[in-house]
Design a protein around this ligand. Structure first.
Ligand code: AMP
Ligand code: GLY
Length: 424
C-alpha cells in the first residue's frame, strides 16, 4: 500500500522509518517531511490550513493510508475530511480530539467517569479567577484551555505568580483564544510517565511506557520545551502500577469516550504523574508523543502497520504487539537558544558517522536540504536514538553518536536516561 505521513518532525521520521520496514508498505510520502524523511520517500509541501488540500494530495497520489502526526490538524477535523471521502486515515475525529484540544473537556470527562486527575476549576472571567487564586493556597497550576503548543501550562509558586499567569492568558492573551478559558489546577508532584495506547474506540492495545525530559537543561533545570529526550522502558514504573494505569486510566477513558458518543480512534496518549496518592492524569493527547515515540518504536519487534490499520478497521482486540527487551534512549539535539529564539540554515555535519552503528538511528526533526546540503530548520533538530542491553549501554551509544554530530550552537542534555540507568 501507499502511505502518506503528515507532519515534519522527529515523530514523523520515526514513524516513516518503522513503516518502511513493513512488507505491507510499497512507498511512503511525507507532507511536509524534513531532510531525513526525504531518504525514505518523497516530501511534498502543502498548505495545511487549506480545506481539502491534504485529501486532494492523497487522492492525487493514490494513497491507501494516511497517518496524521501533529495535533493541530486533528483538532481542526482533518480525520473527518478523510472519512467523508471514504479514505483510510489514522487518527481521531474532531469530536474525539477535544480530549487534547480542550483541557476543560478532558477534565470534565475524567471527573464524570472517576478517572484519577488533579482537582481543577474552569474560569472564563479574569476577575473570578483572580478571586479564586487569591483565596486558595499556592502553588497552583494555570492552564490555558485550548492548544498552546505545549506552552499553555504555568506552574505558579505563589499567589502573585498565579495572578500574573492568569493575566498573561486571559488579559494579555499570550496564547490567543486558547487562553479565553483557563483551568486552575491543584499542584501535583512526582515523576511523569507517558503511556501510548492504540485504540479502535472499543479495544485497546498498550505500547511500552516511556519518559520524556521536558526541561531544557541538565538536572531538569531551565524552561519547558517540547521534549529534550526520552527513554523506554521506565524502571520506576512497576508492573502493578502500569497495569493499574492501563485499566483505570487508558481503558477507562476509551470506554468513557465511547459512552459519550465520541469514540476515540487512533492513539490515546496519557501523560501521567506518579504522585504519593497514586497515578494522576496531567493531560491526554490523541497523537504519538514526540520524542517519546522515537524511544518506543525501536523496541517494537512486530510490524506497526497492522496495528494502525486495526484502529481504523475496528479489529484492535485481535492485534498483538511484540516488544524487544532492549533499552532505548533518545537524545534531542537542538539549535542554540531553543526553546527561545534561534537561527536556522546552519550546516550540519557528521551524520553518516553518527548513524554507522546498527544500534543507532538518527531521526531528523528540524532539518532541510539546501542545495543538496543538510541544514538546520527548527528548534529541535535531530533525535539520536540508541538501543542497548541496558540504559548504560544505550546511553553510551547515543552520546557517542551525538559527539560525532556538529553544527554551530548545537545544544543537548547530557543526562537523558541517567536517572533511569541507576534503576535499570
Ligand atoms: P500538560 O501540558 O498538562 O502535560 O503540562 C505540561 C507539564 O506541566 C507537565 O508535563 C507537568 O510537568 C506540568 N504539570 C501539568 N499539570 C501539573 C500539575 N497539576 N501539577 C504539577 N505539574 C503539572
Ligand atoms: N513529549 C511531549 C508531547 O509529545 O506532548
Amino acid at each position: 500500500m501507499r502511505v502518506m505521513i503528515v507532519g515534519g518532525g522527529g515523530r514523523e521520521h520515526a514513524l516513516g522509518w518503522k513503516m518502511a520496514r513493513s512488507p505491507l508498505v510499497e512507498d511512503i510520502m511525507f507532507v511536509p517531511g524534513n531532510g531525513g524523511a526525504q531518504e525514505i520517500g518523497e516530501c511534498v509541501e502543502a498548505d495545511m490550513g487549506n480545506d481539502g488540500e491534504l485529501t486532494g494530495i492523497a487522492a492525487l497520489h493514490g494513497i491507501d493510508l494516511t497517518v496524521i502526526g501533529p495535533e493541530a490538524p486533528l483538532v481542526a477535523g482533518i480525520v473527518d475530511e478523510f472519512n467523508d471521502r471514504g479514505m483510510k486515515v489514522f487518527g481521531p475525529s474532531a469530536d474525539a480530539a477535544r480530549i487534547e484540544g480542550s483541557k476543560h473537556f478532558a477534565k470534565d470527562l475524567m471527573e464524570k467517569h472517576g478517572i484519577p486527575t488533579g482537582r481543577a476549576r474552569l474560569f472564563t472571567s479574569f476577575e473570578d479567577a483572580r478571586e479564586y487564586v487569591e483565596s486558595t493556597p499556592a502553588p497552583l497550576v494555570v492552564k490555558a484551555d485550548g492548544l498552546a503548543a505545549g506552552k499553555g501550562v504555568i506552574i505558579a509558586k505563589d499567589t502573585d505568580a498565579a495572578v500574573e499567569a492568569l493575566s498573561e492568558c486571559m488579559v494579555k492573551r499570550a496564547f490567543g483564544d486558547s487562553g479565553s478559558r483557563v483551568l486552575v489546577e491543584e499542584y501535583l508532584e512526582g515523576p511523569e510517565v507517558s503511556i501510548l495506547s492504540l485504540t479502535d474506540g472499543k479495544g485497546v492495545v498498550h505500547m511500552v511506557p516511556s519518559q520524556d525530559h521536558k526541561r531544557a537543561y541538565d538536572g531538569d533545570e531551565g524552561p519547558n520545551t517540547g521534549g529534550m529526550g526520552a527513554y523506554s522502558p521506565v524502571p520506576l514504573l512497576d508492573g502493578d502500577t502500569e497495569a493499574g494505569i492501563q485499566r483505570s486510566v487508558m481503558e477507562a477513558t476509551v470506554e468513557a469516550m465511547a459512552g459519550e458518543g465520541t469514540p476515540c480512534r487512533g492513539v490515546l496518549y496519557g501523560g501521567i504523574m506518579l504522585t504519593g496518592d497514586g497515578p494522576r492524569v496531567l493531560e491526554f493527547n490523541v497523537r504519538f508523543g514526540d520524542p517519546e515515540i522515537q524511544a518506543v518504536l525501536p523496541r517494537l519487534d512486530s510490524d506497526l502497520v497492522p496495528g494502525l490499520l486495526a484502529t481504523i478497521d475496528g479489529t484492535i482486540s485481535d492485534c498483538e504487539m511484540e516488544w524487544l527487551p532492549e533499552y532505548c534512549v533518545c537524545v534531542v539535539v537542538a539549535s542554540g537558544g531553543y526553546p527561545g529564539k534561534y537561527v536556522t540554515g546552519i550546516p550540519i555535519t557528521g551524520l553518516r558517522a553518527a548513524s554507522s552503528d546498527s544500534n543507532v538511528e538518527v531521526f531528523h526533526a528540524g532539518t532541510r536540504l539546501e542545495d543538496g546540503k543538510l541544514v538546520t530548520a527548527g528548534g529541535r533538530v535531530l533525535n539520536v536514538v540508541a538501543l542497548g542491553k541496558d540504559f548504560e549501554n544505550a546511553r553510551g551509544l547515543a552520546y557517542q553518536a551525538v559527539h560525532m554530530i556538529d553544527f554551530e550552537g548545537m545544544q543537548y542534555r547530557t543526562d537523558i536516561g541517567y536517572s533511569a540507568a541507576g534503576r535499570g
